[in-house]
Design a protein around this ligand. Structure first.
Ligand code: SAH
Ligand code: DHB
Ligand code: MG
Length: 237
């Protein structure tokens, strides 16, 4: 341990104490054991990057986790906020049974075009709908038009609005629905009492909101890749 680590209590110092190489090797070890080599997902990531989109998709292990949570909860109607190139969407779409449906919301129409191509190549085009527009507006519209409730909702769009997304998502959920959200630890930056970054403030407020919400039972799982992030799992009572 670095001397003075405890007394300084500095977040940066603590994070430096993590052996990032070891964390990467463990992540890869789990991936090699449990996530099949998948040419469709590999092509999806390749074309997403080639189209100029950032590589901020969930990791392969996290994709497998999303898939398993969807399977375990027997979700047949899934809503996703934040599509990017549809990497996570494909994992979720593979989890739904025949007749199931995934609706994924994306503000950027270029991203949505890339996503649709990836979904078609993955054979998921028929059960996934990409809706272009600001997620807040789309969610409000869905609520107003009586969209049937979703069994699973994955929140992964712009972080400052996560608390709004939670409240809107709850209006599209039923008792027993599962709500998941990505990027809740941000390499430990949520430990800051008053984060400067509005993204970190957004997810920190979300974490406190799911912890306090009377309709939810929740936990956050740390997700290790090169950095530590987190995924929440909430059950709607
Ligand atoms: N779920 C994806 C990653 C999503 S990245 C995966 O794991 O593969 C976040 C996405 O949210 C980006 O594509 C971004 O364009 C989109 N986004 C940002 N703000 C948004 C908004 N207000 N409404 C809908 N989508 C938004
Ligand atoms: C980042 C990662 C994400 O998973 C995401 O949804 C948005 C941004 C990032 O690392 O910047
Ligand atoms: Mg994310």
């Amino acid at each position: 341990m670095i001397q003075g680590l405890e007394s300084r209590g500095s977040l940066v110092m603590r994070m430096e104490a993590i052996d990032e190489q070891l964390v990467e090797r463990i992540d890869r070890y789990v991936e090699d054991l449990f996530v099949r080599e998948d040419t469709i997902l590999a092509e999806c990531l390749k074309d997403t990057a080639a189209a100029g989109l950032p590589s901020i998709n969930v990791s392969p292990n996290q994709g497998k986790l999303l898939y398993l949570v969807a399977r375990i909860s027997r979700a047949s109607r899934i809503l996703e906020l934040g599509t990017l190139g549809a990497y996570s969407t494909i994992w979720l779409a593979r989890a739904v049974p025949a007749g199931g449906r995934v609706i994924t919301l994306e503000v950027n129409s270029h991203n949505a075009d890339v996503a649709r191509k990836n979904l078609i190549r993955a054979g998921c085009g028929g059960r996934v709908e990409v809706r272009v527009g600001d997620a807040t507006a789309t969610l409000r519209q869905m609520i107003a038009t009586g969209e049937p409730a979703f069994d699973l909702i994955f929140i992964d769009a712009d972080k400052p609005r996560y608390v709004d997304y939670l409240h809107l998502s709850l209006q599209l959920a039923h008792s027993g629905s599962v709500i998941l959200a990505d990027n809740l630890i941000r390499n430990g930056r949520v430990l800051d009492a008053h984060p400067e970054d509005e993204l970190v403030r957004g997810v920190k407020a979300f974490n406190e909101a799911i912890a306090a919400h009377p309709r939810l039972e929740s936990i956050i799982l740390p997700i290790y890749r090169s950095k530590v992030d987190g995924l929440s799992i909430s059950l709607v009572k």
